[in-house]
Design a protein around this ligand. Structure first.
Ligand code: HDD
Length: 730
């Protein structure tokens, strides 16, 4: 029978998945009955240390005290040098159709196979305890526990990277991390060393566009895309290779928050993304992504005006469509953060037969880094034996010993070939599933160099910019102006403006205006870190090949999924005397569509409706904040409206929701509360369907209208177009 786990809200969740079953062997359920030492000796007094008299010194002989304190002293392991702050979840992946034409990876060839996965999302720059809402790249690492061993897809929520060669990774990370003299700022790229580095690194231009865009401020981990970034290879049973880019497409769409909102969330709830993921899974609203692939046949390797091996480039979806090949569902929270989310060790080099690498120089360097880092972080070469890292298939080899070895290998042989154990464990032929590297032809000189096909640093940065909506472009200008405005050294600001101008003169001019500077051209020779001494500057001018495009629709979040309100958080503001009928009708309608609705009142406890009903309050204006919600509803009721109108916190809640372009619906009888806001005068004069869906504001006396239109407003997520023309202080 399938095992079940009871979640916090009392629901039973199926635990019938192979990795989960394997983890069960290591789970300690409950606190246990009798307190013992680590060696099993029952403890008689855990409250007092052993002393020479009740007022005397503690005795060194007290092994119970010593063991407890020693273990405590060693509880922390080094945090990851990057991606230290993360959240994990278990789930499953299933392919839709047999892909054996493309790959021999068994988990991609049989729609009947359900592959367990563990996913860790993360920010990059901040420490373990930093805020979730930093402007940053998000890690999106997936461990597939396949029947042929573990496959780790260690990607990000942005499809390109800052650098083209792994040798620059330590420089990049040193530049973005807090500055070494004063360890300031935490989890932020808005400081001198980061922009000093970036402004001399033209290859980062494309990535910087993504980083300054709203993609760096996800609404939720559940609403982010994921990308494998590098071009990989899929290899079929005949040994044929196709290039592949991996994508994760969230079924809830890709959504972000506003920068001002992100900064506020960092104070109100620094665990915003972690909590959101945890709560959604506990509530049974399992996050889902489709795995997508862009396939490029070997013979098309040189067809594009960029190099497939260059990790600062995407393949625009218009040129090679993303085929959705399967679905991942995250359906179980970890039992223990440290044991699972902290100890999980991903490695880009963990591939299974049917998936292989390319010569992308960033990927090649990563192949070294990931095992190396675990050796220190997880204390030695046996980190693969930590339960979360173990594959679901047997591990047999002649590796032995080392710190923290768990396996007790019986027998005499730990070498091969051997006669004593009949040459076990044996190698497996390719036909039987043994891993064979792709038979790529290599004929080259050994050089420290970069291919000239990597030198067009600006075309795709421009493609990204041109593909953004007006609101998204404004956010980019604001982000650059903020970040460079925090840079103290003027020459760094100036140099960055020069680099930006190479992407887009109007963008550079707008940022220059905010910084009170003028754009000055920088000769490419000055940006010489990425240019070999003999390079011709003309190499930077892109060669337009057939099929080049100016705009790519999927790059804009304006074009994302906007047809669901599932798991969106809606605030209903109410006080004593609220119309219970309106409140409950709207609440029930939203909950029925999967939204999470909280009633927020001046104080916790209960409020009494105008119908004399008791209504349970979820949050007070002290514990809640508008930045933690996606939309607001204001039901009518004379006394409730009078109270809220006079409550500065309620009015601020509404102002802030308006400023962050959220959907706001109100009963006409609550108009007096709206009148107290800054945005009242900016409300549209009519409430036709068209105005409401453009402005995101609805005031009506018909509850049914609220229920139909409000839902569509929430699904639209944000009304960014009103941001600039209807700016208010809040
Ligand atoms: Fe990396 C962690 C993603 C380039 C070296 N990386 C790490 C994680 C993610 C990525 C998601 C966190 C995994 C987890 O949750 O445990 N890294 C990327 C992507 C890159 C990239 C998408 C570019 C395409 N990384 C990169 C380079 C190097 C590293 C070029 C070094 C040469 N990355 C590491 C690391 C980390 C790591 C130091 C820190 C902790 C860990 O590995 O386990 O080895």
């Amino acid at each position: 029978m399938a095992k079940k786990k009871i979640t916090n809200n009392g629901d039973a969740v199926q635990l019938e998945n192979e990795k989960t079953r394997k983890l069960e062997a290591f789970v300690a359920d409950g606190p246990g009955e009798k307190l013992t030492t680590n060696h099993g000796v029952k403890i008689n007094d855990d409250q007092n240390s052993l002393k020479a008299g009740d007022r005397g010194a503690s005795l060194l002989e007290d092994f119970i005290l010593r063991e407890k304190i020693t273990h405590f002293d060693h509880e922390r392991i080094p945090e990851r040098v990057v991606h230290a702050r993360g959240s994990g979840a278990h789930g499953v992946f299933k392919v839709y159709e047999d892909l054996s034409d493309l790959t021999r990876a068994a988990f991609l060839c049989d729609p009947g196979i359900e592959t367990p996965v563990f996913v860790r999302f993360s920010t990059v720059a901040g420490s373990r305890g930093s805020t979730d809402l930093a402007r940053d790249v998000r890690g999106f690492a997936v461990k597939f526990y396949t029947q042929e061993g573990n496959f780790d897809l260690v990607g990000n929520n942005m499809p390109v990277f800052f650098i083209q060669d792994a040798i620059k990774f330590p420089d990049l990370v040193h530049a973005v991390k807090p500055e070494p003299d004063n360890e300031i700022p935490q989890a932020a790229s808005a400081h001198d060393t980061f922009w000093d580095f970036i402004s001399q690194l033209p290859e980062s231009s494309h990535m910087i566009m993504w980083l300054m865009s709203d993609r760096a401020l996800p609404r939720s981990y559940r609403m982010m895309e994921g990308f494998g970034v590098h071009t990989f290879r899929l290899i079929n049973a005949k040994g044929e290779s196709n290039f592949v880019k991996f994508h994760w497409k969230p079924l809830l769409g890709v959504h972000s928050v506003a920068w001002d909102e992100a900064q506020n969330i960092s104070g109100k709830d620094p665990d915003f993304h972690r909590r959101d993921l945890w709560d959604a899974i506990e509530a049974g609203a399992f996050p889902e992504w489709e795995l997508g692939v862009q396939i490029v046949p070997e013979e098309d390797e040189f067809k594009f005006d960029f190099d497939l091996l260059d990790p600062t480039k995407i393949i625009p979806e218009e040129l090679v469509p993303v085929q959705r090949i399967g679905k991942m569902t995250l359906n179980r929270n970890p039992d223990n953060f440290f044991a699972e989310t902290e100890q999980v060790a991903f490695h880009i080099g963990h591939v299974v037969p049917g998936i292989d690498f390319t010569n992308d120089p960033l990927l090649q360097g990563r192949l070294f880094s990931y095992t190396d880092t675990q050796l220190i972080r997880l204390g030695g070469p046996n980190f693969h034996e930590i339960p979360i890292n173990r594959p679901v298939v047997p591990v047999n080899n002649n590796q032995r010993d080392g710190y923290m070895r768990q396996t007790i290998n019986r027998g005499k042989t730990s070498y091969g070939p051997n006669g004593i154990a009949s040459n076990m464990p044996q190698q497996t032929t390719a036909a039987d599933g043994g891993f064979v590297s792709y038979n790529e032809r290599i004929d080259a000189r050994k050089v420290r160099a970069r291919s000239r096909s990597f030198f067009d640093h600006f075309s795709q940065a421009r493609l990204f910019l041109n593909s953004q909506s007006e609101a998204e472009k404004n956010h980019l200008i604001d982000a650059f102006s903020f970040e460079l405005g925090k840079v103290k050294m003027i020459p760094i600001r100036q140099r960055m403006l020069g680099l930006l101008a190479k992407v887009d003169k109007a963008l550079a001019a707008a940022v220059a205006y905010a910084l009170g500077l003028h754009v000055q051209d920088i000769p490419m020779e000055e940006l010489n870190n990425s240019v070999p001494a003999d390079a011709n500057i003309d190499d930077y001018t892109p060669i337009q090949k057939e099929g080049s495009i100016a705009i790519s629709a999927p790059l804009s979040m304006a074009n994302t999924v906007k047809d669901t309100i599932s798991t969106r958080k809606i605030a209903i503001l109410a006080a004593d005397g609220v119309s219970g009928k309106a409140l409950n009708n709207v609440k029930d309608a939203l909950v029925a569509k999967g939204a999470i609705v909280h009633i927020i009142a001046p104080k916790l406890g209960e409020i009494i409706s105008e119908e004399d009903q008791k209504i349970q309050v979820d949050e007070s204006f002290l514990t809640a904040a508008s930045v933690l919600y996606d939309a607001v509803y204001l039901p009518g009721g004379i006394n409730s409206s009078a109270t809220l109108e006079a409550d500065a916190n309620a009015v601020h809640f509404l102002n802030e929701a308006f400023k962050h372009c959220k959907a706001i619906a109100a009963d006409e009888s609550a108009m007096q509360v709206l009148e107290a806001t800054y945005f009242y005068k900016k409300l549209p004069a009519d409430y036709t369907e068209e105005t409401v869906l453009k402005e995101g504001i609805l005031v009506t006396d018909t509850v049914s209208k609220i229920m139909t239109l409000f839902e569509r407003m929430i699904a639209a997520h944000r009304f960014w177009d009103r941001e600039v023309p209807r700016k208010i202080p809040a």
